[in-house]
Design a protein around this ligand. Structure first.
Ligand code: GLN
Ligand code: ZN
Length: 771
């Protein structure tokens, strides 16, 4: 019999219950006791849901108050020194101190939070483990045991989940040491051995150990560490079966290593990499369990059960069905909880989707189909087929005009008319901007007032005219303010936008939005990505009215503000019935039309934000080029409709640019603004070393912090930039949009920013006169 398994369940709750509880606990409005009760209730609900769906191997320990990597940090006692942790067990205060930092608490040291970064190529952020020279580890949390026992008391025998020791170290950072974190393995291993022994003593028969780093390019010493590590772990608790889980990609050059490890089982991702099944089967030893990730844990579509059943049957045929498990491709952390509560979607669309609960039902159907024969689940398979067919044939999805237009994209659509040197001359004539022009990235404070006005309009409590009037006044005020403080290139403030992707998605066809499809982004923060279900078209101009209204209020240049195709793609749930590149090109054409319309309406500067281009980079270096090719191409399709005189800007948030600087230059935006202030202009190095030819606005004001920088700080950052770039090349702007800041912080900061630019402008002029 094939076994139905799950690797992890979302923990936030169907109505973001955990988020709400955490926030009220942090505010001091909820006791620790109540918070723990909420968590316990959520675990119970989720275990029951999984059990009822027919899952045999239900995970435990996958719950988290903040993040599973932070849970591992606590488990192995890797609390950085600054949190003053002395006890035996990491308590909740220390745990949250690591996650969120502490300030002015009488019984705790003052310390900033630990660093956070994206979990592989997902939009989920984990806490980055910090290790130091002489790092020691010790078992410092009983969470994994407690949750196993808790489920047991409820009558459920679970499979505890741990993040594996090698991935844990690889995901961490060694502070102030040349050695890499993997050198700490001999110190760390005894803690894991102890954990496994204790789990076995509690009666666990399986444990899932996640080693997602096995799908990455690994240095040889790291790959070589797997064998001895898992030999030691297997020997520590011989009765305990280890399911070694890999996900998010193909094992490739790590395949032989992974397959040969002395673990009782191996989980592979067959959604991202179905082709690896044959290669794995060819090497797979007898009497070892293979877990097949055949239901997508990263997306919201119903699975094609026929394809999944075939894959599982193939493995069962080769290994014997008792050696096969069926599972989602990865933890369901990355999908929303339950489609059943979605009442905003129409029935047809809803019929194409599956969230976590529905995905587990699919796992169960696949399992049954292989174990008992397809007749046992005839109606379920039939329904799944119908859903696939309806999606394939739906006119809501397929628009021949769009497909035709994409097919006809040619070189002329991907290149500006002239090269940058010629363009910039014409632009300077048309724009007559001073040296070191000042601007902002687009949004101005989304105050409580703005959010309330939107909420009340959306709830039908105020009418469109009232809301529009409010937005117009807010925009006018914002423009007037920028004029008063003498910013050179203005923005309208983006008050009409809730979110830079949602705003466009709501106006494009092929997109839909849910009411409750939240997924965890980090800690208590959740996002509700749009769903791209069909061919994308722009029915009518999306921003032209706001831009022309704004431009009519000022003689200065107003930047038109658009979100780029890659960012829209990256921050949505995307179709699985065509390549991402195809969807991206469709979005590119839609935004291209908007560029053309803005230009026609007299807008001379247009910014196309590509905040997410870097994070879309594939996990394996060998795949980078293919991605960058279509990502850059999509941007160029969008921008190249502009006349030479029209200045195209782009903006990118915090990114490590070194690896992709050639691609960024290839985007050929006339001006790029980037985030550089936190790194004290270090991130500019990539541009300098590459001799980036076009104009750059290196951010001089860190907008992620409530701290207001003074003129001197911004001046000195600009001086740094002036040392390595020519003055004609530099723009002066903040790091990113100002929407998360308050006016009280923004006003003095921008005044100082303009003053800093003016001062340096004066100095540059004097130098010219003198020479
Ligand atoms: N134009 C957007 C803003 O200013 C850009 C935001 C972003 O880069 N994340 O808010
Ligand atoms: Zn940004």
């Amino acid at each position: 019999m094939v076994i139905a398994a799950n690797l992890g369940f979302p923990r936030i709750g169907v109505h973001r219950d955990l988020k709400k509880a955490l926030e009220s606990y942090w505010k001091g409005e909820m006791t620790e006791h109540t918070l723990k009760d909420v968590a316990k209730e959520l675990r119970k609900t989720h275990w029951t849901m999984q059990h009822r769906a027919g899952i045999k191997h239900v995970p435990s320990g996958d719950f988290s108050f903040y993040d599973q990597v932070l849970d591992t940090i606590a488990m192995v006692g890797a609390v950085p020194e600054r949190y003053g942790f002395k006890g035996e067990k990491v308590d909740l205060a220390t745990y949250f101190a690591m996650a969120r930092g502490v300030q002015n608490k009488k019984d705790q040291a003052d310390a900033p939070a630990m660093e956070m970064t994206k979990w592989f190529d997902t939009n989920y952020h984990y806490i980055v483990p910090e290790f130091s020279a002489g790092q020691k580890f010790a078992l410092a949390s009983d969470k994994i045991f407690e949750e196993f026992k808790e489920a047991k008391l409820q009558g459920l025998h679970t499979r505890p989940v741990l993040l594996g020791p090698i991935s844990f170290l690889q995901l961490g950072k060694m502070k102030g040491e040349a050695k890499s974190a993997i050198s700490l393995l001999p110190e760390l291993l005894p803690v894991y051995e102890r954990v496994l022994k204790q789990l076995a003593a509690l009666g666990a028969d399986w444990v899932q150990i996640d080693e997602p780093c096995l799908v990455l390019d690994l240095p040889a010493n790291v790959r070589d560490a797997y064998k001895p590590t898992y030999e030691a772990l297997a020997a520590a608790a011989p009765a305990l079966h280890i399911m070694l889980a890999t996900y998010f990609g193909d094992l490739r050059d790590n395949l032989e290593t992974a397959v040969a490890l002395p673990t009782a089982g191996l989980h592979i991702d067959l959604v991202r990499a179905p082709e690896q099944l044959d290669k794995v089967l060819a090497k797979f030893p007898a009497k070892k369990s293979l877990s097949l990730g055949v239901v997508n844990g990263r997306n919201i579509w119903r699975a094609d059960l026929d394809i999944a059943v075939k894959l599982v049957e193939k493995a069962a045929g080769k290994l014997g069905s008792e050696w096969v498990q069926v599972a989602p491709s990865c933890s369901l952390l990355h999908t929303p909880v339950d489609l059943d509560i979605e009442d905003k979607l129409d029935a047809e669309l809803k019929g194409w989707l599956a969230f976590s609960k529905q995905k587990l039902a699919e796992v169960a159907v696949i399992t049954k189909a292989v174990s008992e024969g397809q007749a046992a689940v005839k109606s379920e398979l039939e329904a799944a087929r119908k859903a696939q067919e309806s999606r394939k044939a739906s006119p809501r999805i397929h628009n021949p005009k769009v497909k035709d237009r994409v097919a006809k994209i040619d070189a002329s659509m991907k290149n500006r008319k002239s090269a940058f040197k010629a363009r910039i001359k014409k632009q300077q004539e048309a724009l007559s901007l001073p040296l070191l022009p000042t601007t902002t990235i687009g949004s101005f404070p989304q105050t409580a007032e703005v959010r309330e006005a939107r909420a009340s309009f959306k709830a039908g409590k105020s009418d469109a005219a009232t809301y529009n009037k409010f937005l117009k006044e807010e925009t006018a005020r914002c423009i007037k303010y920028q004029e008063e403080i003498n910013i050179d290139v203005l923005v309208h403030g983006e008050f009409e936008r809730n979110d830079m992707v949602e705003y466009f998605g709501e106006q494009l066809s092929g997109f839909t939005f849910t009411k409750n499809a939240w997924v965890q982004s980090y800690g208590a923060r959740c996002v509700k990505p749009p769903i791209i279900f069909g061919d994308v078209t722009r029915e009518k101009p999306m921003t032209v009215e706001w831009s022309t209204y704004s431009q009519s209020l000022t003689k200065r240049h107003m930047k038109g503000m658009l979100t780029g195709p890659v960012t829209i793609l990256q921050w949505s749930f995307v179709r699985d019935d065509q390549p991402r590149s195809e969807t991206c090109r469709q979005i590119a054409l839609a935004i291209r039309d908007e560029v053309a319309d803005l230009e026609k309406a007299g807008i001379k500067i247009i910014q196309i934000d590509e905040a997410a281009i870097r994070e879309g980079l594939p996990l394996r270096r060998a795949d980078w080029k293919a991605y960058l090719d279509w990502a850059v191409e999509s941007f160029r399709i969008t921008a190249s409709v502009a006349k030479d005189e029209t200045q195209i800007h782009t903006h990118m948030c915090y990114s490590e640019f070194n690896d992709i600087i050639a691609a960024i230059a290839d985007m050929d935006a006339d001006v790029i603004s980037i985030e550089t202030s936190r790194s004290q202009m270090e991130l500019l190095d990539a541009f300098v070393n590459f001799k980036y030819p076009n104009q750059i606005g290196p951010g001089v004001y860190d907008i992620h912090s409530p701290r207001v920088p003074n003129q001197g700080e911004m001046e000195s950052l600009l001086r740094k930039a002036l040392k390595v770039l020519s003055p004609e090349q530099i723009w002066v702007n903040p790091d990113c949009g100002l929407k998360t800041r308050g006016w009280a912080e923004v006003k003095p900061a921008l005044v100082s920013m303009v003053a800093a630019a003016k001062k340096l402008r004066g100095e540059l002029k004097d130098k010219k006169l003198a020479s």
